[in-house]
Design a protein around this ligand. Sequence first.
Ligand SMILES: [Zn+2]
Length: 130
Amino acid sequence: MSFCTAVNCMDGRVQLPVIRYLQDRFNVLYVDSITEPGPNLVLAKHTDEDLVQSVLKRINISVDKHSSVGIALVGHNDCAGNPASRDEQEQHLISGIQFLDLQYPNIPIIGLWVDENLEVHEIENNNSFV
Ligand SMILES: [Zn+2]
């Protein structure tokens, strides 16, 4: 069994595109899903520290119990939880990845943008690739 981890929005439109992208990207069978509205905003701005800790607790399960080989943080078009522009959301992805890299420095972490056509674009990573 092989796993990676998606820190994705709860939005139903982006689930399958992200899962399919990550199965190929990390060559895994399974994608553990951690969903919140606008998770890139949550991890970039830390406006709700309890929620940040909850997300980390769930990532830890995926990393420790499933030996996750990679983590993706996701932003998407028309997000109810993060209504910022694509440019701002990409900054949130970069900040969120920097935060996650401090917690998981040895795991590849990538940022994904899902556009209005539900196409997935990889826009950033933490350079922890071997
Ligand atoms: Zn969303």
